[in-house]
Write a protein that binds this ligand. Structure first.
Ligand code: NAD
Length: 452
């Protein structure tokens, strides 16, 4: 029996003991997860420095803070989330109990990605634990140092219920052959399709947290200086390797120069004139992605940055100008520190440009006009829409986080994680009296009964 098979078998056995159902157990496991983060903070920080050259502060801000918030929220709200949810009754059920009973699904497989390898791997685990499931966690092998640290979870969580399985594509494929009750995958859309095919063999439901090209429309009626500050932050944090990073800018030709100029100023302000030596500017995860990104730059006109160092996997914060929809950089998700500016004539053309492509994970609009913002909301579709800022919708636990169409299926964060990994079971408890009320439904269906 393979390691993967064994882990799944043990997790199922553990789940069937029923010990993950009591809320006290779930809360204890969530607290243990919290303790893992506190006690292993240095290991986590060191690993992320090695994997992605993340600074200690970036790790705190972008990996730990949100995760700890999600754990604390689940601990404080669990009894409310897990409680039966009464629903409105009709005439025939007036004296009955009608409610929704959230119950665990069973064994969940969580497959993580490498770009925020702590946050995107452990946040789904928070939901799985809170909902009372067993869960196999498969960290990304691409961020290998972080995967090693995640293996230490065995000292904190119930090891049979929540095993961590490490390895590469073959190990993930072996896991995908097993039967799960839910698969929660974060990563690119191509592998997302393979996950969905594997899940279909067992009719296993999936959550797919995918990526894509998130557009950023800058209306000429807006404070371009402020817009560019926020966009520069959202684009170059983690070296552009953020699933909801603004992928490209859409704006009118008349403001292109101003936009580029403002972004250039912000790059200098945030990362100095020498980002390569600056401790808080990351690196591309590996040579494969580095080469992929360099090919995108070579194909276009560089307005800002463009320099790189293959040995260090360094690519400067880069802006490309006058990019056309046919250029290479517009054919795939960039996932790196390259920001193309595509010019269009007005909001109508921007909407058409967006709608001709796959539905994005996030859509950003910068405008002082509420009418423009509302028009973008009503005439387009995306996982999330954010006006006049970037990324921060991710931090609001009450907003469901997820994609639509090619950018994913399902949603999580806060109570949405709990619901996503629960079965919302419909329950109706009738009494055995009041039989008169039921006469109408019993045959024979005579005209007399119907009149009643
Ligand atoms: P990755 O290469 O680490 O892959 C993710 C997981 O898939 C890994 O555990 C890996 O073992 C497995 N995998 C890879 N190839 C496989 C195959 N052929 N068969 C089975 N399993 C396989 O991560 P990635 O896909 O490069 O991650 C980046 C992508 O993830 C981007 O598209 C980004 O937008 C997206 N992403 C989305 C979110 C979100 O919340 N929506 C968050 C982070 C990243």
């Amino acid at each position: 029996m393979s390691t993967e098979q064994l882990a799944v078998q043990q997790a199922r056995k553990a789940f069937l003991t029923g010990r993950s159902k009591p809320l006290e157990y779930r809360i204890q496991q969530l607290k243990n997860l919290s303790r893992f983060i506190t006690e292993r903070e240095k290991d986590i920080t060191d690993a992320l420095r090695k994997d992605l050259y993340k600074s200690e502060n970036s790790t705190q801000l972008y990996e730990i803070l949100g995760l700890v918030g999600e754990i604390n929220l689940a601990v404080s709200k669990l009894s409310e989330w897990a409680a039966p949810r009464p629903v409105s009754k009709n005439l025939l059920t007036m004296s009955d109990e009608v409610f929704i009973h959230p119950e665990p699904l069973g064994v969940v497989l969580i497959i993580g990605a490498w770009n925020y390898p702590i946050a995107v791997t452990l946040q789904p685990l928070v939901g799985a634990i809170a909902a009372g499931n067993a869960a196999i966690t498969k960290p990304s092998e691409v961020s290998s140092h972080t995967a090693e640290v995640l293996e230490l979870l065995r000292h904190y969580l119930d090891p049979e219920m929540y095993p961590v399985v490490t390895g590469g594509v073959p190990e993930t494929q072996e896991l995908l052959k097993q039967r799960f009750d839910h698969i929660f995958y974060t990563g690119n859309s191509t592998v997302g399709k393979l996950v969905m095919v594997a899940a279909a063999h067992h009719l296993t439901p999936v959550t797919l947290e995918l990526g894509g090209k998130s557009p950023c429309y800058i209306d000429k009626n807006c404070d371009i200086r402020i817009a560019c500050r926020r966009i520069t932050w959202g684009k170059y944090v983690n070296c552009g390797q953020t699933c909801i990073a603004p992928d490209y800018i859409l704006c009118e030709p008349s403001i292109q120069d101003k936009v580029i100029d403002e972004i250039q100023k912000c790059i200098k302000e945030f990362y100095t004139h020498d980002p390569k030596s600056f401790a808080d500017y990351g690196r591309i995860i590996n040579q494969r992605h580095f080469k992929r990104l360099i090919a995108l730059i070579e194909d276009s006109t560089v307005a800002v940055g463009g320099d790189s160092d293959e040995v260090e996997c360094y690519i400067a914060p880069t802006v490309l100008r006058d990019v056309t929809s046919l250029s290479k950089v517009m054919q795939e998700e960039i996932f790196g520190p390259i920001l193309p500016v595509v010019t269009i004539n007005g909001i109508k053309e921007a909407i058409q440009f967006i709608n001709e492509r796959e539905k994005p994970l996030a859509l950003y609009v910068f405008s002082s006009s509420n009418k423009v913002i509302k028009q973008i909301i009503s005439d387009t579709s995306s996982g999330a829409l954010l006006a006049n800022d970037c990324l921060v919708h991710y931090t609001i636990s009450d907003l469901p986080f997820g994609g639509v169409g090619n950018s994913g299926t399902g949603r999580y964060h806060g109570k949405y994680s709990f619901d996503q990994l629960s079965h919302l079971r419909s329950c109706l408890i009738k009494k055995l009296n009041m039989e008169m009320v039921n006469q109408m439904r019993y045959p024979p269906h005579t005209a007399e009964k119907l009149r009643w």
